[in-house]
Design a protein around this ligand. Structure first.
Ligand SMILES: Cc1ncc(COP(=O)(O)O)c(C=O)c1O
Length: 423
């Protein structure tokens, strides 16, 4: 399609957007009385309007039924989490039993490391990407130290090539083969939080499995954003938060994936709690732990229904729309944003550069030349909500559920006036 940098053209794209009615399903913050242009779905997705009712229902059941709500609410609380598994499995390309929702992301990564990082003197190394999200670095370091190893030798980072802003898949594969029999685990962010790059999860998983290692993915920036096929790729485990593209609310619950081959397995080590034991016999309060036959075996505590409620509301929309439609709009809107950026860059003589490679999802990271945080501040003051990453990067993520093509055009105009204002 030949794009044009014009409002009329953008509005034409909006008119044929199959997701256009979903924009009105979300609450937009306002700046100067106008809906913002929201580019931070990669940090915290907007609030779906329907999430309020899901929360209100729980509050009402609690008011009217108190403890009886566990079993007699319209959506009983004791197995409330089970409602999220089937729609989430579609989002991540899993079988329903492979998915569960619990805790928060870093907690779940630690819990899954109990099962999937079991180092020996010979096989103890972990491969991750350089400058992984800090929480993942802390998690990996502390796990390695907990097992009595030194992070300097046990953690092997794949670096970007000098002068390049992204990781080459071949470099990840080479590193896996180089570490070889010492490799215990590969754990990488499926979509990098800084440059928005999508890793080739299938090829990396295959290579790591061929070396006899476990493979886990942190899908914080991937879930609800890019196509995932965790089961067929043979991924061992994954975890993700739900507050970015999944629009479930700040700090909200995390999902996990554990491949079918580890389900119903009493041998696999796990930190256990009462919600992981079989629900048929749970309330007999027996001392023996009998794992649930699905990924709920990793669930420790009873489900936090007040936070699962808005997650379920949001998943209802993912069910209605499907990942395919979301992904095709995402590709088009990101391509249009890229075009707008290129046009503005021409008009402002190279004021910035896109550092996100073509293997990308929703996010374009833009490195500013000769501009600083004042441009970011200008955008915020003028109703563009974006985020800033040191030293000079603005991240733009037009989430397909609620961003419009007209937003992309209008953003370009605001960006241009911000750059020109500085002179
Ligand atoms: C890639 C990545 N990993 C881990 C985290 C940490 O998530 P949480 O604070 O929910 O544990 C985040 C949060 O933004 C993230 O982006």
């Amino acid at each position: 399609m030949e794009f044009k940098n014009s409002l009329v053209f953008a509005q034409q794209l909006d008119a044929i957007d199959p997701l256009r009615k979903y924009r009105n399903e979300f609450h937009f913050p306002k700046v100067k009385g106008k809906d913002v242009i929201y580019f931070t779905g990669n940090s915290l997705g907007l609030q779906p309007k329907r999430s309020q009712k899901f929360i209100d229902d729980i509050m009402k059941d609690w008011k009217d039924l108190a403890v009886e709500g566990h079993f007699h609410a319209e959506k009983p609380w004791w197995d409330y989490h089970e409602r999220l598994a089937a729609p989430l499995a579609k989002v991540v390309g899993a079988k329903t039993p492979e998915v569960s929702v619990m805790n928060t992301l870093t907690v779940n990564l630690h819990m899954l490391m109990v099962s999937f990082y079991r180092p020996t003197q010979k096989r103890f190394k972990i491969i991750c990407e350089e400058k992984a999200f800090p929480s993942d670095q802390y998690m990996l370091n502390s796990q390695v130290q907990f097992h009595g190893f030194d992070p300097d030798t046990a953690i092997v980072e794949v670096k970007k090539r000098p002068g390049e802003n992204f990781w080459q898949t071949q470099d990840v594969l080479d590193k896996i083969n180089e570490v070889g029999e010492e490799l215990a685990l590969v754990l990488i962010g499926g979509v990098n939080y800084y440059n928005g790059q999508v890793f080739n999860m299938e090829a990396i998983t295959r290579a790591a499995k061929a070396q006899g290692a476990f493979v886990g993915w942190d899908l914080a920036h991937a879930v609800g954003n890019v196509g995932l096929n965790l089961h067929d790729w043979g991924v061992d485990f994954a975890a993700w938060c739900s507050y970015k593209y999944m629009n479930s609310g700040p700090g909200n619950a995390s999902g996990i994936f554990v491949h079918q081959k580890y389900l119903n397995n009493n041998e696999i080590p796990r930190f256990e709690g009462w919600w992981g034991t079989r629900k048929e016999t749970r309330f007999l309060m027996k001392p023996e732990f009998e794992p649930m036959e699905n990924a709920d075996a990793w669930q420790v505590s009873n489900p936090p229904v007040l936070s699962l409620a808005p997650y379920l509301a949001s998943l209802e929309m993912f069910e209605e729309v499907g990942m395919e439609t979301l992904i095709s709009k995402r590709k088009l809107i990101v391509a249009y944003l890229e075009f707008i950026l290129q046009e503005i860059d021409k008009e402002t003589e190279g004021s910035f550069e896109i550092i996100t490679p073509k293997d990308r999802g929703c996010q374009l990271s833009v490195f500013l030349h000769g501009q600083g945080k004042e441009l970011f501040n200008y955008l915020m003051e003028n109703g563009v909500i974006t985020d800033w990453r040191e030293p000079n990067v603005i991240r733009l993520a037009p989430a397909p559920f609620y961003c419009s093509f007209a937003d992309m055009y209008n953003f370009g105009q605001i960006l241009k006036s911000g750059i020109l204002a500085k002179g």
